[in-house]
Design a protein around this ligand. Structure first.
Ligand code: HSE
Length: 415
C-alpha cells in the first residue's frame, strides 16, 4: 500500500481528498494498479462531521515519524510552517508535492536541492496555473527550446474581476466578493488584487525557464485596484482589453539577465491572451524553436488545483528516484534588470484639453488618440510609440508641468 498524507484541509486540500476518493481506481491504474490511500490529513481545525474524520491529525510529527508515508501533499499555503514541514519530509525520504506558490517562489531552489540530496521528489505543478499543466511541459515537452519569453494571465481572481468589469460593468468590490465566495481568492485577497500572487507565479516560471532563482522582491509589481471603467472603454476603442499580465523575457543569452514585471496592460483583441476570461489563466511561452505555445485552462478553484496536485502525487509515486533535472540555481544575486529601461508603448489618460493634446504630440510624436462614450471635454487619452519607462516618466512630468493632469497610465503589450 502506498500511503499519502495531505497537509492542510482548506479549499485545495479538501479538493485533493475529494478527487482522490472519487477517481481512486483510475488513479491507481496509472501507477500500475498499486493500492494507494490517504493515511493522514493534517489540519489544526476540527472536522467532526467529515467522512474522513478518522484520518484527521493535528500533530505534524505523526507524518514525519511514519516511515509508511511516501508522498506528502503540502496544500497549507504560506511560508511557515509549510517550509519547515516540507524540508523535514524531504529529509526523511518522503516526496513532497505542493500547490504553494509562495513557498516555491521564495525557497524553491533550496527545496529542490534538498529533494535531490535525499533522492526524493519535490513537485509543484499546482503552484502555477491551477489545473493547467505548465511546469512539466516547460521542463520536459519544451526541453529542446531556449525559452525567450513568457507572458501570462496568471491570477484567476483578478481576471475574474476584470472580466466582470469589462463585460458586465460590475463594481470592483462586488466582483471580488463573488471571487472569494467561489473559492478563487487568496486568504488575503490583497495577494490577488495587488499582483503578488501573479508575481510569485511568473517568478517560478522564469526560474524554471531561465535557470536562476528569480525573487519576487526584485520584480516590479502593480495590481488592478486603480483600473477604472473609463480605462476599460479606452482600451476597447484602441481594439483590446485590460488584463493583468505577468511577463519575463530573457535578455542575455545565458539567462543571467532578464526583464520581469507584473502589471495591468492593454492587450490587443488579436492576442490569444485577450479572450482568456473569468477565472481562466492563459500562459504564452515563446520558444526559439516552437515559436508561441499557449496554455489555457482554469487557473484557480478547488478541483482544477486538486487535479494538478494529484498528477504530481502520481508522478512522485511513479518516479523511482528523484527528478534530478528539475532544478535551478540560486546564487543569491538579483537577475532582474531595471524595469525602467525596458522599452514599450504606453496608454495615457490626461486632463488638459486641446492644448494638452498639442503638447502631447510635441513630446511623444506619433500618438494615437482614443475616444470613449461620455468623454468629458477636458479629458484626452492616447497610446504612445515605444519609449523606456524612464523616458516616459520625464515626458509625463513635462506634460504635467504644462498644466495637464495624469489620470491613468498603463503599458501596451504586443503579445
Ligand atoms: N488566488 C489564486 C488565483 C489561486 O486567483 O489565481 C490560484 O493560485
Amino acid at each position: 500500500m502506498i500511503h499519502i498524507a495531505v497537509m492542510g484541509y482548506g479549499t485545495v486540500g479538501s479538493g485533493v481528498v475529494e478527487v482522490f476518493y472519487k477517481n481512486r481506481e483510475s488513479i491507481q491504474r496509472k501507477i500500475g494498479n498499486k493500492p494507494m490511500d490517504i493515511k493522514y490529513i493534517l489540519d489544526l481545525r476540527d472536522f467532526p462531521d467529515s467522512p474522513y474524520a478518522g484520518k484527521m491529525i493535528k500533530d505534524f510529527n505523526i507524518i514525519a515519524d511514519d516511515p509508511d508515508v511516501e508522498v506528502v501533499a503540502e496544500v497549507m499555503g504560506g511560508l511557515e510552517p509549510a517550509f519547515s514541514f516540507t524540508k523535514t519530509c524531504l529529509e526523511r525520504g518522503k516526496s513532497v508535492v505542493t500547490s504553494n506558490k509562495e513557498l516555491v517562489a521564495a525557497r524553491g531552489a533550496e527545496l529542490l536541492e534538498i529533494a535531490r540530496r535525499n533522492n526524493v521528489n519535490f513537485f509543484f505543478e499546482a503552484s502555477v496555473g491551477g489545473g493547467i499543466p505548465i511546469i512539466r511541459p516547460l521542463h520536459s515537452s519544451l526541453a529542446a527550446n531556449e525559452i525567450d519569453e513568457i507572458a501570462g494571465i496568471l491570477n484567476g481572481t483578478t481576471n475574474f474581476i476584470l472580466t466582470k468589469m469589462i463585460k458586465e460593468q460590475m463594481a470592483f468590490e462586488d466582483a471580488l466578493s463573488l471571487a472569494q465566495k467561489l473559492g478563487y481568492a487568496e486568504r488575503n485577497p490583497s495577494a490577488d488584487v495587488d499582483g503578488h500572487d501573479a508575481c510569485r507565479k511568473i517568478c517560478i516560471l522564469a526560474s524554471l525557464s531561465f535557470g536562476n532563482h528569480i525573487y519576487p522582491e526584485f520584480v516590479h509589481t502593480e495590481g488592478i485596484r486603480d483600473i477604472t471603467l473609463e480605462d476599460v472603454a479606452y482600451a476597447g476603442d484602441w481594439g483590446g482589453v485590460i488584463k493583468l499580465i505577468g511577463r519575463a523575457k530573457r535578455v542575455s543569452e545565458d539567462g543571467g539577465e532578464i526583464y520581469a514585471m507584473v502589471s495591468p496592460a492593454f492587450i490587443s483583441n488579436d492576442s490569444q491572451l485577450s479572450s482568456v476570461d473569468d477565472v481562466f489563466n492563459g500562459i504564452l511561452v515563446r520558444g526559439d524553436a516552437t515559436g508561441d505555445v499557449v496554455f489555457y485552462g482554469k487557473g484557480a478553484g478547488k478541483l482544477p488545483t486538486a487535479s494538478a496536485v494529484i498528477a504530481d502525487i502520481v508522478d512522485a509515486v511513479k518516479a523511482t528516484s528523484t527528478s534530478k533535472s528539475l532544478h535551478w540555481k540560486d546564487d543569491g544575486n538579483n537577475h532582474v534588470l531595471d524595469y525602467k529601461q525596458q522599452p514599450g508603448a504606453f496608454y495615457l489618460r490626461m486632463l488638459g484639453g486641446a492644448a494638452g493634446i498639442q503638447k502631447a504630440r510635441e513630446l511623444f510624436g506619433e500618438i494615437r488618440l482614443l475616444r470613449r462614450p461620455g468623454q468629458p471635454e477636458e479629458e484626452f487619452a492616447f497610446v504612445t510609440p515605444l519609449f523606456t519607462e524612464a523616458v516616459m516618466e520625464d515626458k509625463v512630468s513635462e506634460l504635467e508641468g504644462s498644466g495637464c493632469r495624469k489620470l491613468a497610465m498603463l503599458r501596451v503589450l504586443d503579445y
